[in-house]
Each structure stands twice: as structure tokens, then as C-alpha cells.
Ligand binder design. Structure first.
Ligand code: COA
Length: 697
């Protein structure tokens, strides 16, 4: 199989990248492109080259797997781009679908770029903790100016062909005949118009450009990944140093970044996310249940958020609730979410109008009859959900899928109520559902493989990161969160303050500390879930379990919504609650919990995280999650775990499992009333195996 196909027609050489699925630019592909360019150079009958990608896209960029062995890499893409610039014959990149990372760098190394409308172009290396190392930091600023270039590289978000044209990244956008347009450009360049060599364009040394460098330098110094700051320095060199020096600097910085723990963690997540969603791309479309129309039952915050997701993906949706007033509120919430999407540039005004046109509302559950996928999002109450599922089971067509958005209830029990359990699945969206990327797909005991594959494909279509979970209390994410919150409440009883706990975990990198999070999402919501879970013995029935949360709720201190919870809320300000110390001390005394005058941040971080990590190993052992990577994907996408640390399970591996065990034993000795500190059997086995490997190495 050729990596690159080469043919000539009418004095033009067509060089096609041909490596399924995404034309990744690995070392072999770059060498093959080099050869093809050389062949075109040597052929006197060839006037110039059209460079394009066969099959799905132009190219997804460098092969990320090669970054695991940084010291074996050479600056091959830099060399290829320089060779193209010196070819003496015009090379035009014909871009369709995607030109990302190294692929865009390759395109800017060409003499012109023609893009198919709707194609996406970007430099997303920063999302892997890296920088564009194929000369991109040098050429892109020359082409589009420093400000736009820094935005592309530091923001990392791809832009579409029209935007790329507007900033000068591509020369022409076409709606059809991409290759013919590129060939015409080659002829134009070869027979008159001068050939523009990007790296010889003058550097952007305007005062605005220098000011932008300074602004970005200050901004990126605070970040927890070094890639952004390195990008600024490379662009600075593009202005002040000879091109060869600047390119050498870019390459050295790239290799340094590949070795950083942050980049390793981000690369782990890149592949973990693909792996977690694999079913969604693997199943043949004919094997899936055709989904054309959606019904969402319950027009509250979750229901309207879920409806928004499907509308924005182009599905017609019927939103159902018992009262017209609830439907009105739901419709308003959807409209507000769509308007916010217009403001953020996610879709146009016209698209938003089209989306809302596809929304109907009804108070009669029978209206769900025409839907292929019905998602219930009613109040989190077992008997209510059971009743709704039972009725839906009688209403919908034989092939339709019934999904429940429960976050804590037993999907198998709900499925049993429908008399068609093989068609039932859990789709656990996170709030706000139209914003949060994570979707836990809960595979019930009776769920058919076809229904599972369809749910995964639908998740992909609505732009969600799917992770499959088995049935258990809280599924993957919330079950692990229990341990985290259990320790939060205990630490408060032992003498830590909400502010200290939040500060310690936020300094570790969590997006939001647990006390702030509970106040925001509602102490009442969490307390009710715990009480129900204790009643059903899904969690410990110890009287001290999640005591602070339950007691605060009993006192009406439900967080932000009631002005007081773990904090006192004064507008946006979070203040300590006046009586918190006395209150927590008296509750601690009631349960014989000793108070301490000082608790270290290290203890806070390790107790909260190790409680969840230990549960993570139990979850794998019970096959609720298939892989450690799936857990990492859940926690980084749904629970604010810092991406540059790769997720809780990845972090446990970085700490080393024997260290994890040692800390669990330390906590187990100190807190004998908490049986969960016993190491999960799988963790104990793997830690022992690690020790053995180390001692025999
Ligand atoms: N290097 C190595 N493998 C890559 C890759 C890359 N640059 N980009 C994608 N892949 C792999 C994926 O891991 C996946 O592998 P799998 O089938 O074994 O799971 C496969 O290619 C298909 O990718 P997928 O993301 O499922 O396809 P998609 O059509 O949904 O999306 C892209 C295509 C290009 C938009 C997406 O893959 C992407 O954003 N890739 C990363 C691009 C990037 O960051 N490039 C810069 C590298 S420095």
C-alpha cells in the first residue's frame, strides 16, 4: 500500500496522502511526501504540484503515537516544508474536511491554500500540551499576524474555512471542484503570479504585535501547562531571530514539551477518550436503531438541557410535561440556551431559529408514540420514574429506545417496569446538559447490544463524550464522588474549614472545591440522594456518614439558593458561616469524632482523592467500568479533575500503587470507623505486582 499516490495530468503533479483513516503525518508519510516532491521537481514536464488528502480528509496532523518516543524523532516536517518552499515549482494545498496540527503546518509551507467550504483548520497541539513543531510558530504569524496566530495556537480551537479565509490563512474557499481549483491556482502561480514563500514574508513586528506578546507572556505564565508559554517564546523568536535559529528553538521546545508529565497526561486522555467512545464509531450503521425523532419527558433544567442538545444536532424533539406552565418554562430555557449558542458563535441566528422550529411541546405522554428515542428526565424519585417508564413502555413503538436520565437509581429496576427491558438504557447527562460534554451510557443487565451501540452513536452525533458504565449506585462518576464527599464532610467534623478544603483541592487543580460545588448544585439535592441511598443501603448507614450535608439541609441551609450552606453567600462573595465552628464541633462530639487544631492540605487532597480512587478500583473489579481510562474520561469531563493530571486513575499510577496502598493503610489506621479505607482487592493485587516487578528489575 502506498502512503502517497502520485500521478501527473496536464503538466500538474497530483500528490495524494493515502493513509487511512486520517492521513496521519508519521515519519514514513513525511518521507514519502518528500520523495513525491522531489519527483515533481525532477520532472521537467511538471509545472507544479497539487497536494491533497484521499478519503476522509486532508490530514489530522502528526501521528500522536510517535510522541511517546520523542528522542527518536527528527524535525522531518520542518525539513519537508522548507523543501517545498525551495522547490522552484508552486505547490498548492487542496484542503477538504480537516487540516489539523502538522497538516496545517504542511499547508502553510505550500505556496497557496485552497479549502473546501466547511473544512476545519487548526493548531490544536496545545490540547496535548505541545506546540506546532513543523515550523508553524514561524510561518503562521507571518501569514495571519501575531495576534491571530497566537489565538490559533494558544486557544487551540479549529476554525472553519470561511474564517480561515477571512484572516488570510487560506487563499480561496470553494464549494466544489477542489482539485480543479487547486490546479488552476498552480497554473496561475507557475505562469505569472509570483510564488509566495511563507517563511520569507516579513515578520509582524508592529507595536501591537509586541504588546500582544507581552500580554500573552503574562497570561500564560500562570497556566499549569508550559506549552502556551513556549508558544509565545517561539513566536517572539519569529520576530527577532534568524529563521534557522528560530526553527531550531521551536523543535527543541517541542521535544522538551513531549517529555513533560502534563503532555504525557493529556496524550493519555486523548486516546482514553477515543477508546471510551469506540463503540460509537465501530458499529455498522445498518446495525443501529434508526433515530429520527426524539421525545424528552420532563421540562425541568435537565429535560430542557437534553432537548437543546438534540435540537442543536438537528433532531425534531417533542418535550413533554404534565403542566403547560412547566412546558413554557422549558421552552424559554431552551430559547435562552440557543441564544447563548448564537452569542458564542456555536451556530447562527438562522440555525437557532431552525432548531426551535423543530421543537413541539405536549402534556399528553401519548405524544411520545412517534419518537424513536424517548429520554425520561423527570424528578429523581424511584416511584415516579418507575411509573413514567411503565407508561412509556406501553406507548412507544416496538423498536423505540427508552432511556432514563437517572443519576442514582437502578436502571435495571426501571427497565423491568417497562416489560421491554432490552430496549432500555441509561443516558446520564450532566448539568447543564447542553454544555457538559460527558454522557454516561448505562448498560443495563438486559440492554441489547444494538440499543447500546445506537446510544453510543447518538452520543457521538450530539457531540458528547460517551463512557459506558454498568449498573450500580451512582454509576462511575457519582459512585466515586461519594467517597470524595464523605471525606469532605469528615474533614469538616475533624476541624478543617470549607474554605481550606476548597483551597487545597483547587490548588491541586480541581475546577471547583467540593463545598463550593455542593452549595452551587444544592445541598438539598445531595442530602436527599444520600438519605435515599442510606435507606436502600447503597451507602454506609453510619450516623456520621455525610453528616454535614444532611444536617445543613435539615436546617434549611441549602447553599446558594438559600443564601447559606457550607458558606454564607453575599452576592458572588463566599463568606464563612458565623456558627460553623461551633456547629461542626458539636456534631463531631455527638459522634465521638476527635477535632484537631491543624489539618494539612496534603491530607485533605489525599483523603478526598484516594477515597475516590480506591472506589475506582472496585468499579473496575466489578466491571462497572471497562478500563481505568474510562474513569479518567468521566472525571476530567464531568467532575472538573484537571486534564493535565490525566484523571484520578492515571494520577494514582503516577503516584505509584504501592504509595497509594501505603496512604490507604495510614488512613485506615487513623479512621477505623470507616471500612472503605480497606484497599480494593484489585488495587492490592496490582500494587503487589508492581512491587514484585520493581524488586526483580
Ligand atoms: N494521531 C494518531 N491517531 C489519531 C490522530 C492523530 N493525530 N487523530 C486521530 N487519531 C486516531 C484516533 O485515536 C482514532 O483511533 P481509533 O479508531 O483506534 O480509536 C482514529 O484515529 C479515528 O479518530 P476519531 O477521532 O474517532 O475520528 P473523528 O472522525 O471523530 O475525528 C479528527 C477526526 C481528526 C477531528 C479527530 O480525530 C482529531 O481531532 N484528531 C486529533 C487531531 C490533532 O490533535 N492533531 C494534531 C496532532 S499534534
Amino acid at each position: 500500500m502506498n502512503l502517497v499516490n502520485y500521478h501527473t495530468k496536464d503538466a500538474i503533479a497530483y500528490v495524494a496522502m493515502a493513509k487511512a483513516p486520517l492521513n496521519a503525518l508519521d515519519m514514513d508519510m513525511i518521507a514519502a511526501l518528500h520523495e513525491a516532491m522531489d519527483r515533481a521537481r525532477r520532472d521537467s514536464a511538471v509545472l507544479g504540484v497539487v497536494l491533497f488528502g484521499e478519503a476522509r480528509m486532508f490530514s489530522a496532523g502528526a501521528d500522536i503515537r510517535e510522541f511517546d518516543a520523542p528522542d527518536t524523532l527528527r524535525p522531518a516536517l520542518q525539513e519537508l516544508c522548507s523543501a517545498i518552499e525551495c522547490l522552484c515549482k508552486p505547490v498548492v494545498a487542496a484542503i477538504h474536511t480537516c487540516a489539523l496540527g502538522g497538516a496545517l503546518e504542511l499547508a502553510v509551507g505550500c505556496h497557496a491554500r485552497i479549502a473546501m467550504i466547511g473544512s476545519r483548520l487548526g493548531l490544536p497541539e496545545v490540547s496535548l500540551g505541545l506546540l506546532p513543531g513543523g515550523g508553524g510558530t514561524q510561518r503562521v504569524p507571518r501569514l495571519v499576524g501575531t495576534t491571530q496566530a497566537l489565538q490559533l495556537m494558544i486557544g487551540g480551537k479549529p476554525i472553519d474555512a470561511a474564517q480561515a479565509h477571512a484572516i488570510g490563512l487560506v487563499d480561496e474557499v470553494v464549494t466544489s471542484d477542489l482539485l480543479a481549483s487547486a490546479a488552476a491556482a498552480v497554473i496561475r502561480l507557475a505562469t505569472g503570479a509570483s510564488c509566495r514563500v511563507t517563511s520569507r514574508l516579513p515578520a509582524d513586528v508592529s507595536s501591537e504585535s509586541l504588546a500582544e506578546i507581552e500580554r500573552r507572556r503574562t497570561q500564560t505564565a500562570r497556566l499549569s501547562t508550559p506549552a502556551q508559554a513556549a508558544i509565545v517564546e517561539c513566536v517572539d523568536r519569529a520576530m527577532k531571530h534568524a529563521p534557522e535559529d528560530a526553527l531550531a528553538f521551536e523543535w527543541r521546545e517541542l521535544i522538551k514539551l513531549m517529555h513533560t508529565p502534563q503532555s504525557r497526561a493529556l496524550r493519555h486522555l486523548f486516546f482514553a477518550e477515543k477508546e471510551a467512545a469506540r463503540l460509537s464509531t465501530g458499529a455498522a450503521p445498518e446495525a443501529l436503531v434508526p433515530i429520527r425523532r426524539i421525545a424528552v419527558v420532563g421540562a425541568g433544567t435537565m429535560g430542557s438541557g437534553i432537548a437543546t442538545c438534540f435540537l442543536a444536532a438537528g433532531f425534531p424533539v417533542v418535550l413533554l410535561d404534565v403542566a403547560d406552565a412547566a412546558l413554557e418554562r422549558g421552552r424559554d430555557a431552551i430559547q435562552r440556551a440557543l441564544d447563548a449558542g448564537v452569542r458564542r458563535g456555536r451556530w447562527s441566528c438562522a440555525e437557532s431559529a431552525n432548531f426551535i422550529d423543530r421543537l413541539t411541546t405536549a402534556t399528553d405522554l401519548e405524544e411520545a408514540a412517534s419518537a424513536d428515542l424517548v429520554i425520561e428526565a423527570v424528578f429523581e424519585n424511584l416511584s415516579l420514574k418507575r411509573e413514567v417508564m411503565q407508561r412509556l413502555g406501553k406507548i412507544v413503538t416496538h423498536d423505540a429506545i427508552l432511556a432514563t436520565n437517572t443519576s442514582t437509581l437502578n436502571v435495571d429496576e426501571l427497565a423491568a417496569a417497562t416489560s421491554r427491558p432490552s430496549q432500555v438504557i441509561g443516558m446520564h447527562f450532566f448539568s447543564p446538559a447542553h454544555v457538559m460534554r460527558l454522557l454516561e451510557i448505562v448498560n443495563g443487565r438486559a440492554t441489547s447490544p444494538r440499543v447500546l451501540a445506537t446510544a453510543m452513536a447518538i452520543a457521538h452525533r450530539i457531540g458528547k463524550q460517551a463512557v459506558v458504565s454498568g449498573v450500580c449506585y451512582g454509576f462511575i462518576g457519582n459512585r466515586m464522588l461519594e467517597g470524595y464527599l464523605r471525606e469532605t464532610d469528615l474533614l469538616l467534623l475533624e476541624g478543617a474549614s470549607p474554605a481550606q478544603i476548597d483551597r487545597a483541592l483547587e490548588a491541586f487543580g480541581m475546577a471547583m472545591g467540593p463545598c463550593r460545588m455542593l452549595d452551587m448544585s444544592g445541598v438539598d439535592v445531595s442530602a436527599r440522594v444520600v438519605e435515599e441511598a442510606q435507606r436502600r443501603a447503597d451507602v454506609s448507614r453510619d450516623g456520621a456518614y455525610r453528616l454535614v450535608c444532611r444536617r445543613l439541609h435539615a436546617m434549611g441551609r441549602d447553599g446558594q439558593k438559600s443564601g447559606v450552606g457550607y458558606y454564607r453567600h453575599d452576592g458572588q462573595k463566599l463568606l464563612p458561616v458565623d456558627d460553623q465552628t461551633t456547629l461542626y464541633a458539636s456534631w463531631a462530639a455527638e459522634f465521638g469524632i476527635a477535632r484537631r487544631s491543624s489539618i494539612s492540605d496534603d491530607e485533605i487532597v489525599h483523603r478526598c482523592l484516594l477515597a475516590s480512587i480506591n472506589e475506582g478500583f472496585r468499579i473496575i473489579d466489578e466491571r462497572v467500568a471497562s478500563r481505568e481510562g474510562d474513569i479518567d474520561v468521566v472525571w476530567t469531563n464531568g467532575y472538573g479533575f484537571p486534564r493535565h493530571l490525566g484523571g484520578p486513575m492515571y494520577q494514582a499510577r503516577q503516584w505509584g500503587l504501592p504509595y497509594v496502598i501505603a496512604r490507604l493503610e495510614e488512613f485506615a489506621k487513623r479512621y477505623p470507623r470507616e471500612p472503605s479505607w480497606a484497599a480494593a482487592p484489585l488495587l492490592a493485587v496490582q500494587a503487589a505486582a508492581n512491587e514484585t516487578t520493581r524488586s526483580t528489575a
